[in-house]
Design a protein around this ligand. Structure first.
Ligand SMILES: [Zn+2]
Length: 533
């Protein structure tokens, strides 16, 4: 594995002569390749065009980049990319594709939602979820995948869903769990301080655990405690994230940056100013963003006041059985519906459990059908299960403000019931490049090389000799999102060829049925992890 926490110098291309020399010689003097891409317009992971070059691949790696390789070498296979863009495969720093890449089912593991967007690596374990014992469960997939240790999973293992601080022994237990995951190859520590039980943690607790990840070369990936005005407010939550980064001496990566809800619309400017000020002091702060006005969540996470979730969903349902408690919870839910822009802006996209026929309706419409108030409709749903929501809560101006920052990258936050899982990359291309907010090079950079640099993938994200051959070829004219809020699971169009570790996963726009993707591990700094870890 060419992954570790220190950057290798010089990602520049070799000269044509040197590159050809690197080709092995089945016939003396004539290099042979598994595959050569010819004729496309290549843009590198730094956003710069490579000029009229061919790209040669052997044994999963890029072995030469120079003009005319298809004619001067012996290639088992030539892919003609005439009229198309050739770029490093996209790297998605924030997904929920855990269910796919760790599935027992090979078809699930193909991870086609991402492959068809041009994504060759997904990061999983986001929002503090983490993945238990991930190295032993790693199986081949359609894309590569990398794992974050998860504060939420670790806290739940030690403290359950309790609203309290850990004892010193419990804190030490959590620290050891972070260490175990980091030593097993996790990229960093993810947290979702908005979610129960992570929301019950004080900042000091997170600093302690982030510090452990920092010592092992990782970064801190955070779904912030508040993205709107639910508690401390988005600006205070951002300040907390920056504070954790400073005190733990760890790079901070803000997940799906946004200003959620009418009360904080327009605060993108103040948020950007805070990040810029931190970066000006040398602090490492970055973010990712998906190009949709709606976030994707559940009724329980989006609307229920946190105190009512102390002890988890079962405890919530017990509280709903007490009329006085139920009235307080209803009041809290009503306030959260307002914070998100009203019941008309909450679209149920999927049911969890046995609700019938509410998918495709807004909470306002469901309340109308059931002849009750929206907060009561939400409670009725929660008494039996839960529901997935597309919550339309972002302003286009804020989305655009964040999108053009040099420290903001593409990331899907893909989850079931929201089109961002199937269409973030083509939609971002359409909105950002088509919309004139940035050029092609900037889009490619924020979707490949910049992400690799940020999350610590040493041999990915660039078209360079010695790098893994993760490559996307797409026709920009037809690279379009197909999924939408009512059909969130339609595959994207426009990617004609996708190479993962040098193997062809998509050919002429069709899945080839192979699983060349693997678990990418970060190598901890030398001597940091003893034997047995
Ligand atoms: Zn999140």
């Amino acid at each position: 594995m060419l992954l570790n926490s220190t950057r290798s110098p010089g990602r520049g291309l070799l000269t044509a002569a040197m590159a050809v020399l690197l080709g092995s010689c089945a016939t003396p003097g004539i290099p042979s390749y598994d595959l050569v891409i010819t004729g496309g317009e290549a843009i590198n992971g730094d956003g710069k065009p490579l000029g009229p070059v061919d790209i040669a691949v052997r044994n999963g790696q890029i072995v030469a980049i120079a003009p005319n390789l298809a004619t001067t070498g012996r290639a088992s296979r030539v892919i003609d990319a005439q009229g198309q863009l050739v770029a490093p495969g996209f790297i998605d720093p924030h997904t929920h594709a855990d269910g796919e890449v760790f599935s027992e089912d090979a078809q699930q593991r193909a991870n086609l939602a991402y492959a068809f967007q041009g994504v060759t690596t997904v990061v999983v374990g986001s929002d503090g979820q983490g993945i238990r014992d991930f190295p032993t469960r790693a199986a081949p997939a359609g894309t590569n995948y990398a794992v974050l240790a998860g504060f939420g999973g670790i806290r739940r293992d030690v403290l359950g869903d309790a609203d309290r601080s850990p004892s010193p022994q419990e804190l030490e237990q959590m620290r050891q769990a972070v260490r175990k995951d980091m030593c097993a190859g996790a990229l960093g520590l993810s947290a979702g301080l908005y979610y129960v039980p992570q929301s019950f943690a004080q900042t000091d607790e997170v600093v302690m655990l982030a510090g452990e990840a920092a010592g092992l070369g990782g970064y801190y990936d955070t779904h912030m405690r508040d993205e709107g005005d639910f508690g401390a407010g988005v600006l205070a939550a951002l300040e907390e994230a920056l504070d954790i980064g400073r005190r733990a001496n760890i790079p901070v990566h803000i997940s799906h940056i946004k200003a959620l809800g009418p009360a904080v619309w327009g605060q993108s400017k103040a948020m950007i100013a805070k990040v810029e000020a931190a970066r000006a002091t040398g602090q490492r702060v970055t973010a990712d963003q998906y190009p949709w006005r709606a976030s994707g969540t559940r009724i329980s996470s989006a609307l229920v006041p946190r105190w009512a979730l102390d002890g988890g969903m079962e405890a919530l349902r017990n509280r709903l059985g007490d009329p006085a408690m139920e009235a307080r919870i209803a009041e809290g839910i009503a306030a959260n519906i307002t914070r998100r822009g009203g019941a008309e802006s909450l679209l149920v996209t999927g049911e969890i459990s046995s609700q019938d026929g509410i998918a495709g309706l807004t909470l306002a419409e469901i309340a109308g059908q059931w002849e009750t108030r929206p907060e009561q409709a939400a409670i009725k749903i929660l008494q039996r299960g839960d529901a997935r929501l597309a919550s339309f809560n972002m302003e286009p101006a804020d989305i655009a403000n964040f999108a053009v920052q040099e420290w903001v990258m593409t990331g899907s936050d893909g989850s079931s019931g929201h089109p961002r899982k199937f269409a973030t990359y083509p939609k971002a291309w359409q909105d950002l490049v088509g919309g004139g907010l940035m050029d092609r090079g900037r889009f490619i950079r924020r979707s490949s090389g910049q992400v690799a640099d940020t999350i610590g993938l040493q041999d990915r994200g660039y078209l360079a000799v010695g790098f893994a051959a993760d490559i996307v070829i797409f026709d920009p004219a037809v690279f379009v999102p197909v999924a939408n809020y009512t059909r969130p699971e339609d595959l994207a169009r426009g990617v004609s060829t996708l190479l993962v570790n040098g193997q062809v996963v998509i050919e002429e726009g069709r899945y080839t049925g192979i699983l060349p993707g693997k678990l990418l591990k970060r190598q901890p700094p030398a001597g940091q992890c003893g034997a047995g870890e």
